[in-house]
Design a protein around this ligand. Structure first.
Ligand SMILES: [Mn+2]
Length: 470
């Protein structure tokens, strides 16, 4: 149903109750606007420039099963089309600037997999011209071979990429002069930079993904007291977000207690909960193709131990400092530098690192416990597109923040079980806090601020689950 019924919806569907987001999608005008911006860029490159955009290939799972299909984010951004095998051709010189090549209709396959767009659906989705494969293959080839410049936007389909490269730049010696006048361009940076600055409708969709994810996090916190296994906590998040309209997770849920809280991308979520441990959950739901990315850490028992609380307070202080410098004109990297200084100094105060604070910070030994950077762009992808460099070739992280950017702020501290140099009371505690921040003209808006971070508030939510148990 999603293809036929939802593809042609004129605007974000508002009929659902405010807490439910099943089937929401951005309006056709959003995708048309993105195509218009790309076409304007193609025109700047001169006549004879064509962009070829490829959908995500289907991914085998096992036997004759495939993974649930999710469109390539670049392809989606430009077309709104959720169908595999589709190819978009954008040609600024043509009186049909947007051509969409799609799978042919197939009644017996559609009985299994649901409706296909077909050429009729492609036209309704905004294409100026539509053709179906296999006949469309020849049109694609001639469009590529007629062009002087071909901009390829293809992230994950190697076979398609090789085919187009071979059409543009054939192998072997070729005295056909026209061959040498063809240029192949990679359009992914261009789309990546477009995607980096979010439009108001995208911010609205991100807020939906965040709100759904907040509900999931609260459910997971409350479920902890009744849970025996990490999987039950992860399941509370995933069931809640699915029920509120998230068809996908933005990434696999990371939900681990105790020693597992120290594994950054802990994938298993299947161990028995240690009663006195912290629980770290990094989980984000995807709504209308946009994803949240939120991390909270809470005590399994409902009360942080002294050591857990000390590390939690330190991470919270570092996160607050990093969020405070999320403002237009500040460097992306500034928050990291501030947060790491706070964490380094704090680790000395707690006796986990020893020595003079300035020397310890300079020496970088704190990185054994901080492990990762603290921010990435967020949008259609959990690690969204766009450069972190101020200009090509410049040092990473120097990019100045601008209104419309959305980034995470996520410092953490991890004291692994094997850190023999550290007092045993600290071992097996991992703490990370992560929020989703929109840069505004005035400063920033924390899209996930409704999910409590203050330790007392977090404890109170876990205890609500304990009371519900009785
Ligand atoms: Mn993240």
């Amino acid at each position: 149903m999603r293809l036929a019924a939802l593809l042609f919806a004129p605007a974000i569907l508002m009929a659902q109750p405010s807490t439910s987001h099943h089937g929401v999608r951005l309006p056709g005008s959003f995708f048309a606007g993105n195509r218009a911006r790309l076409l304007a860029e193609l025109r700047k490159l001169g006549p004879g420039t064509v962009a070829v955009v490829k959908s995500m290939p289907e991914q085998a799972r096992n036997g004759d099963s495939t993974h649930l299909y999710r469109q390539d984010s670049d392809f989606y951004y430009l077309t709104g089309v959720e169908e595999q095998e589709a190819v978009a051709i954008l040609d600024a010189d043509s009186d049909q600037p947007y051509r969409l090549l799609v799978r042919a209709r197939n009644a017996s396959r559609e009985a299994y997999d649901g409706p296909r767009l077909g050429t009729e659906g492609a036209l309704k989705a905004g294409a100026d011209h539509a053709e179906s494969f296999p006949g469309a293959e020849q049109s694609l080839k001639s469009a590529v071979q007629r062009a002087r410049r071909v901009m390829l936007i293809c992230n994950f389909d190697d076979d398609f990429r090789r085919k187009v490269i071979d059409w543009v730049l054939p192998q072997g010696s070729d005295n056909n002069h026209a061959t040498y006048q063809r240029t192949l361009l990679d359009g992914r940076n261009l789309i990546g930079e477009m995607r980096l600055i979010k439009q108001p409708v995208e911010v609205e969709m991100l807020q939906r993904a965040v709100d759904v994810s907040i509900a999931g996090h609260l459910a997971a916190m409350r479920a902890t007291a009744r849970a025996v296994n990490e999987g039950e906590v992860a399941g509370a998040f995933e069931g809640t977000t699915r029920g509120l309209g998230a068809r996908f997770l933005g990434y696999d849920t990371i939900a681990g207690a105790g020693r597992n809280s120290c594994i950054l991308h802990y994938p298993f979520n299947d161990q028995v909960l240690e009663k006195g441990a912290v629980f770290l959950m990094d989980a984000g739901a995807e709504v209308g193709y946009y994803t949240a990315d939120i991390t909270r850490t809470w005590p399994v028992s409902g009360s942080f131990s002294k050591e857990q609380r000390a590390l939690y307070d330190l991470v919270l202080k570092a996160q607050d400092a990093a969020i405070a410098v999320c403002r237009p004109g500040r460097k992306h990297h500034e928050g990291y530098d501030l947060a790491m200084r706070i964490l380094s100094d704090g680790l000395v105060d707690l006796g986990i690192l020893k020595g003079d604070k300035a020397e310890v910070y300079k020496g970088g030994t704190w990185s054994r416990f901080t492990l990762h950077g603290i921010s990435h762009w967020l949008g259609l992808d959990v690690h969204d597109t766009g450069s972190y460099h101020r200009e090509p070739g410049a040092k990473g992280g120097q990019r100045l923040l601008e209104p419309g950017m959305v980034l995470t702020v996520e410092p953490g501290l991890y004291i692994p079980k094997d850190a023999k140099e550290v007092d045993a009371k600290w071992l097996g505690i991992g703490v990370r806090l992560e929020d989703d921040i929109l840069i505004t003209p005035e400063g920033h808006r924390n899209l996930s601020e409704k999910l409590p971070r203050k330790p007392e508030a977090v404890e109170a939510i876990v205890k609500e689950g304990l009371r519900a148990k009785k």
